[in-house]
Design a protein around this ligand. Structure first.
Ligand SMILES: [Cu+2]
Length: 71
């Protein structure tokens, strides 16, 4: 069962940042897809909630050098 959630992503300045965030999210276990928006400072993530949760998704963003506030 895949769930979709939007997480906050701050600190992206260009499409390179978007590519980096997309890559780390898609590389996370349980993530089926991620659509990252530079303009909206967010990422829409399709994930399996039995494998990963929102906190871990946000931590992946933070580990990649960006900010992600809990909504
Ligand atoms: Cu950039």
């Amino acid at each position: 069962m895949t769930q979709t959630a939007v997480i906050d992503v701050q600190g992206m300045t260009c499409q390179g940042c978007v590519a980096s965030v997309t890559r780390v999210l898609k590389a996370s276990p349980g993530v089926a897809d991620a659509r990252v928006s530079l303009e909206q400072h967010s990422a829409s993530v399709d994930f399996d909630p039995t494998l990963i949760d929102l906190g871990a998704l946000r931590q992946a963003v933070i580990d990649a050098g960006f900010e992600s506030a809990a909504s």
